[in-house]
Design a protein around this ligand. Structure first.
Ligand SMILES: [Zn+2]
Length: 101
């Protein structure tokens, strides 16, 4: 588990700064725009997808829980997934689409 660095000024992100990337793409130090590398894009998406889809499916299938509890568990898992994403970020100056990887 490690936190990302700015591609331009090599500023090491703190956890809160990396989390801020979810809504602000600029480096907090030099203001240069950061793009996720294709690899880190996948690394961010796959765990999030697995965390969100798998337990939800199994909980729904094996436990007879109400829809509301299912929604609460889903929100909880989503929050955990969001809080874990900063550790998968890796920044580059190039804007790459997923198709480039
Ligand atoms: Zn920077």
């Amino acid at each position: 588990m490690r936190l990302p660095k700015c591609w331009s000024c090599k500023h090491s992100y703190t956890y809160m700064e990396a989390l801020r990337y979810l809504w602000s793409k600029e480096c907090p130090k030099c203001g240069k725009r950061q793009h996720l590398t294709p690899q880190s894009n996948w690394k961010t998406m796959i765990p999030t997808g697995v965390i969100l889809l798998l337990p939800g499916y199994f909980i729904r299938f094996y436990l007879e829980i109400g829809f509301l509890s299912y929604v609460y568990i889903g929100i909880g898992l989503f929050t955990i997934a969001m809080l874990a994403t900063p550790f998968f970020f890796e920044f580059t100056n190039k804007r790459d689409t997923l198709m480039d990887s």
